[in-house]
Write a protein that binds this ligand. Structure first.
Ligand code: SF4
Length: 429
């Protein structure tokens, strides 16, 4: 049997100039605090202190699960009635909480003060607190702040805000340093190791990752830095890096065999390495991934899928499902459409795919019900009602809790979509 090892099919210009339905109504999304769940696992000497309400504490705790054997590296400083009524000096209270925390946890190197809806409503100035506490606790601990508030944001923006807050703290690249590559976006360690190995074999030396696993290993940046986004939701981080002189390498995102290959090729081209070398280095991994995907294609080929806007991963994943698994995308909704960062993805999406940006949830539900897709990708709040109406759903939050990037994970990514279809078939048999 001949195994087809796709490098990639030709881009057709797809949706580059397609109209986008812009909606600005009621939205159903998680807030940016959710990012703490994967960020605290990634940055192993960081602590995330949410300054928020009991609701915020419940959200983070239930999303992250209960840790029995280790002390968690996240907590919530609860804003109570006295703070809300202005009876207590919230800045003094915060100083006391942080001092106690850092005395108890000497291994912490970076402390993130994470703003929330309540801290924004009472206009608690966390950047002033972070500066004051940082000057007190440096050099042992750096204190930074960002907002995870759900006011006007979606859940992956928490990671963007966190990484953007790190950028000004990155060391400058020494003038004589050779141009270096920084991969930007929190990836599970196993995926990061695979990419580091592949990029080294391709011939790009000394690749660094933002965020690094430890404060002391955060990359240096400067005019010689080229960076490659691993996630499509890092607009502010990219802007901050560009402000430091770094230049983005334009590429689709490393999801699926095609996305991963094009992503690696773009990195290689930026360092003067030909695509033929990428093809040689990745041949075995592509063959494995193609064989694993062929099994998933049987379940997914010809099925229709509808994306509600949630994770900002919608467009790259719609491209993967359409081009590598033969699914028909009825609507690809995204909370924000960053045309520059998503230019390669738009070019690869099949022409005629309906694109929507933002949300007016009732109108979008109407479109979804009209079309009755085989699979609906949406947030948790919409999934249960749609399941009750007989629609198969996939929670978009699973896309950030599961390793999905790169060749070795391509079939796992496809499996996330095949599983609800199989379950629905069993239920209706
Ligand atoms: S930050 Fe806002 S949306 Fe998120 S849990 Fe707290 S109150 Fe709710």
């Amino acid at each position: 049997m001949t195994t087809v090892i796709p490098l990639h099919a030709e881009a057709t210009g797809g949706c580059s100039t397609a109209p986008v339905l812009r909606e600005r109504g009621q939205r159903e999304v998680f807030c940016g605090l959710t990012g703490i769940v994967w960020l605290h696992r990634k940055i192993q000497d960081a602590f995330f202190l949410v300054v928020g309400s009991r609701t915020c504490a419940h959200l983070v705790q239930s999303a992250a699960g209960v840790m029995i054997f280790a002390e968690p590296r996240f907590a919530t400083a609860i804003i109570d009635e006295r703070d809300l009524a202005g009876l207590a000096d919230a800045q003094d209270e915060l100083d006391r909480v942080v001092t106690r925390l850092l005395e108890r946890r000497p291994e912490i190197r970076t402390l993130f003060l994470v703003g929330s809806c309540p801290s924004e409503v009472i206009k608690l100035d966390l950047s002033r607190a972070a500066q004051r506490l940082s000057s007190h606790f440096m050099p042992a601990v750096r204190v930074l702040n960002y907002s995870g508030s759900g006011i006007e944001t979606t859940f992956t923006q928490g990671e963007d805000a966190c990484l953007a807050s790190l950028v000004p703290t990155l060391a400058p690249l020494p003038g004589a340093a050779a141009p270096g590559l920084v991969v930007v976006g929190a990836l599970p360690d196993v995926v990061e190791d695979q990419f580091a190995r592949l990029l080294a074999e391709i011939g790009i030396a000394g690749v660094q990752f933002l965020p690094a696993r430890h404060a002391a290993r955060m990359p240096a940046v400067g005019a010689g830095t080229r960076f490659l986004l691993a996630q499509p939701f890092l607009a502010d981080t990219a802007k901050a890096l560009e402000g430091r002189g770094a230049r983005r390498i334009a590429a689709p995102f490393p999801l699926g065999v095609e996305g991963t290959t094009r992503w690696l090729e773009a990195a290689a081209a930026a360092f003067g390495i030909p695509a033929s070398r990428v093809a040689r280095v990745t041949e075995a991994a592509r063959a494995r991934a193609a064989a694993a995907l062929a099994r998933q294609r049987t379940a997914l080929q010809g099925k229709t899928v509808f994306f509600f806007p949630d994770s900002q991963l919608e467009l790259p994943i719609a491209r993967f499902l359409a081009r590598e698994l033969g699914m028909q995308v009825l609507e690809a909704g995204t909370p924000y459409l960053h045309r520059e960062h998503l230019a390669d993805e738009l070019a690869l999406l099949p022409a005629g795919t309906r694109l929507s940006e933002g949300q007016d949830v009732d109108r979008q539900l109407d479109r979804c019900r009209d079309q009755r897709p085989d699979l609906t990708v949406c947030g948790l709040g919409l999934a249960n009602p749609l399941e009750a109406e007989g629609l198969a759903t996939k929670w978009s939050i699973e896309l950030v809790f599961t390793p999905i990037h790169g060749y070795e994970q391509a079939a796992d990514l496809a499996e996330l979509f095949a599983r609800p279809l199989r379950r629905r078939e069993l239920l209706s048999a």
